[in-house]
Design a protein around this ligand. Structure first.
Ligand code: SAH
Length: 477
């Protein structure tokens, strides 16, 4: 964010507007609407500005700009159509540490005037940092349609009862529930129907009821693979209600941005080799500690919590400690990466089953297990595979998978920087190294992956021909 958003109280404070044309007139009107004391300086002014002067609503200096106009004012707006004059005013204003807006000139300006959705006392301001005002206005039009005009009186009502609400709902969670009820319930409905008395009565009635004490709970939320558009509505709701968010390293910043602003976010991701990150034990303790205090805890995991996410262990722990929980499924990496790489996981002709597997095998994986993994006409999805590429393909080939079986390696699936590498199984390790594929990457092996180049629709795709292929050694059994 380049500009710091700010709502300024200009009531009774003098603001200088240099220029007397239509643009200046618009600025003057919005300044007056906020109670500013306005001085306009220009050799000529519009009829309306002259009238405002005659009615003593504004001061008017009927001359070209003079530096001493900058004395004893709080803000400057330069709206002349002469670039040199605007530059001069901007220079002098900046010298005096006065904030200045030069209309349509972000370079000379030290503050910008945003587009506004006015639901007073609630105001929504939209800014493109002065670079694309037309686009900002389009965005404003869309936001206008999201909130009807009952929002203004609703906010005013909430302001009137703020102290009473605080007193009757001292607990933050019950207070939030009350405000949710206010936004979505009968009070908003009555205001929409132009029945303000009824609205106020139902607010008072609800306020008089004793709220049931909030009981803490944990919601295990699958955040999906990275693209925020892949969150479920339940996940979004949980993020909006959370007091505490315990998130994994794989959860993208864009998704965490969607959470309630005053929720406390704690990173509990486990990075290999970094011992300062929390252990599973610490995660359990944090869930217990916060839920026991009556707080709403969201345990936010990449993909789905029940696919290589230790979600089962966390639920067992919560059950053992009698903490209420819910589970919101997420889109797991295999499904998401396949979709964003144009790879159908099953296909009538090419694959009748899909296996989700970790590339970290335990010592007791038997030759039979390998033979089953190496069978044709199935799709293998390997999680956590990037460090295992030197031996994994060879092991599959040794157990009977054809060396020319196609694969697709998807790095940062569904994110802006997604890359997909595809080629033949025996070239996998060399290619992945050559193109420097890193974690998080998902490996798909099987005939269906050959469709990727044809069906690709998102991000970058790298085909095997682009590298010199070296044969991969078949690893001994
Ligand atoms: N619970 C998660 C998986 C956690 S294991 C899920 O359901 O997706 C972590 C592994 O998931 C990574 O090593 C990688 O193999 C895979 N992964 C997760 N997000 C990914 C992404 N955006 N792109 C590619 N692979 C991803």
């Amino acid at each position: 964010m380049r500009l710091f958003p700010l709502f300024a109280d200009l009531k009774g404070r003098r603001v200088l507007v240099v220029g007397g044309g239509a643009v200046a007139e618009r600025k003057v009107k919005s300044l007056l609407a906020c109670g500013a004391a306005v001085t306009v300086g220009a050799p000529e002014a519009t009829t309306e500005l002259q009238q405002l002067h005659e009615q003593d609503v504004i001061q008017f200096i009927p001359r070209g700009f003079e530096p001493d106009w900058l004395n004893d004012i709080w803000l400057v707006v330069a709206a002349t159509d002469d670039k040199a004059t605007n530059r001069l005013i901007a220079g002098l204003a900046t010298e005096k540490r006065l904030f200045i807006n030069v209309v349509d000139d972000p370079e000379l300006s030290t503050f910008q005037v945003p587009s506004i959705v006015d639901r007073s006392p609630l105001t929504i301001a939209i800014s493109s940092s002065g670079h694309a005002p037309v686009l900002a206005r389009r965005v404003r039009e869309r936001i206008e349609t999201l909130f009807d005009h009952s929002l203004g009186p609703l906010v005013a009502l909430a302001a009137k009862y703020r102290t009473a609400i605080r007193q009757s709902r001292p607990n933050m969670r019950s207070r939030r529930e009350f405000y949710d009820w206010l936004l979505d319930g009968p009070v908003a409905g009555a205001l929409r129907r132009q029945q303000p008395l009824l609205a106020e009565q139902s607010l008072e009635k609800e306020l008089a009821q004793t709220p049931t004490p909030a009981k803490g709970k944990v919601v295990l939320v699958g955040a999906g693979p990275g693209d925020p558009g892949l969150l479920t509505l339940h996940a979004l709701r949980a993020l909006n209600e959370a007091d505490i968010i315990l998130y994994d390293r794989l959860v993208s910043p864009e998704i965490r941005e969607l959470a309630r602003r005053d929720a406390t976010q704690i990173c509990v991701g486990k990075t290999p080799g970094e011992n300062h990150h929390a252990t599973q034990e610490r995660i359990h303790q944090l869930m217990l500690e916060h839920a026991s205090k009556g707080l709403f805890v969201v345990r936010l995991k990449g993909g789905d919590a029940f696919v290589f996410g230790r979600g089962g262990e966390e639920l067992e722990f919560l059950r053992q400690h009698e903490i209420d929980y819910e589970v919101v499924p997420g889109i797991t990496a295999a499904m998401a990466c396949a979709a964003y790489a144009g790879i159908p996981l099953t296909h009538r002709d090419h694959a009748q089953s899909v296996r989700l597997s970790t590339a970290h095998f335990s010592k007791d994986t038997t030759p039979e297990d390998w033979a089953a993994l190496a069978r044709e006409k199935q799709t293998l999805a390997f999680y956590m595979g990037i460090s295992q590429l030197d031996w994994l393909p060879g092991r599959l080939i040794a157990h009977g998978r054809a060396a020319d079986t196609p694969f697709a390696l998807i790095e940062n699936g569904t994110r802006m920087n997604q890359r997909v590498l595809h080629g033949k199984l025996d070239e996998l390790a060399v290619q992945a190294r050559q193109h420097d594929f890193k974690s998080p990457s998902l490996l798909l092996i099987g005939e269906v992956t050959a469709l990727a180049p044809k069906l690709q629709w998102f991000g970058t795709s790298i085909a095997s021909q682009e590298v010199t292929s070296l044969p991969c050694e078949s690893t001994a059994l």
